[in-house]
Design a protein around this ligand. Structure first.
Ligand code: 5GP
Length: 247
């Protein structure tokens, strides 16, 4: 496995002018809940200061441990509606009965400054963002190894009833059906391996597939990792998951 800490040659003010392209990218990550998306995206963010998290707006209630303004902007429905009416949101949808939306201004700003943004959005949000920034977006879908694992992850994360778990599982399978819209699929069987693929996708997207003097990273090796992931045919895995009996 590659070293987790990476050194990238950049200008003294790396927060505004990181090494890499003049234009930033939208790194859009979706998955059914329970597939490990949050863990993977948070780790990528922690390891790369060229990347900012897109903090969504939501009308859902804040969960214990969540921080307003960091995990989400928690807003009431009238505030959300005002943002929609004012054209402030690049996309907004109802997910699991709550409203979620992505602000437009931080995206334009990041792209212009050459910074990348990572989005944790559902398939509808992913489609909407990629259709507005087609050349700037890379879409990544995280898959669970199997539905049994997904169900047990859903069970351990909440104190919900069997009925709620079953509903989430059905919803997860529905989400899985949209895998075809994504540029990359990653099967999260072992977290470290899934992370290595995610990071390779991100870094080769930012810096290209060839080693560079100003980037102290084996980019060609990372590009090979992305190809190896494709060659494993994660699409077939996704199709099997959708067809798998789930009670
Ligand atoms: P949760 O409420 O569990 O954090 O998220 C529920 C779902 O909403 C997840 O699939 C998450 O990716 C999605 N989501 C979070 N923020 C946004 C957003 O701004 N737009 C869209 N379309 N989906 C979002």
């Amino acid at each position: 496995m590659l070293e987790s800490t990476i050194a990238v040659t950049s200008s003294p003010d790396s927060s505004s002018a990181p090494a890499g392209p003049a234009r930033g990218s939208l790194v859009i990550v979706s998955s059914p809940s329970g597939a490990g998306k949050t863990t993977l995206t948070r780790r990528l963010l922690a390891d790369h200061d060229t990347l900012d998290f897109s903090v969504s707006y939501t009308t859902r209630t804040q969960r214990p441990g969540e921080r307003d303004g960091i995990d989400y902007h928690f807003v009431d429905k009238p505030t959300f509606d005002r943002m929609v009416a004012g054209g402030e949101l690049a996309e907004h949808f109802v997910v699991h009965g709550n409203h979620y939306g992505t602000a437009r201004a931080p995206i334009d700003d990041a792209i212009r400054r050459g910074r990348d943004m990572i989005f944790d959005v559902d398939y509808q949000g992913a489609q909407a963002l990629a259709s507005q920034w087609p050349a700037d977006s890379v879409r990544i879908f995280i898959l669970p190894p199997d539905l049994k694992t997904l169900a047990s992850r859903l069970r351990t994360r909440a104190t919900d009833s069997d009925e709620v778990i079953e509903r989430r599982l059905r919803k997860a399978i529905e989400e899985l059906r949209h895998f075809v819209d994504y540029d990359h699929l990653i099967v999260n069987e072992r977290l470290d391996e899934a992370y290595d693929v995610l990071r390779a996708i991100y870094l080769t997207r930012r810096y290209g597939p060839h080693d560079r003097d100003d980037v102290a990273l084996p980019l060609a090796e990372l590009a090979a990792r992305v190809e190896a992931n494709r060659a494993r045919d994660p699409q077939a895995h996704a199709r099997r998951l959708i067809d798998e009996p789930h009670g």
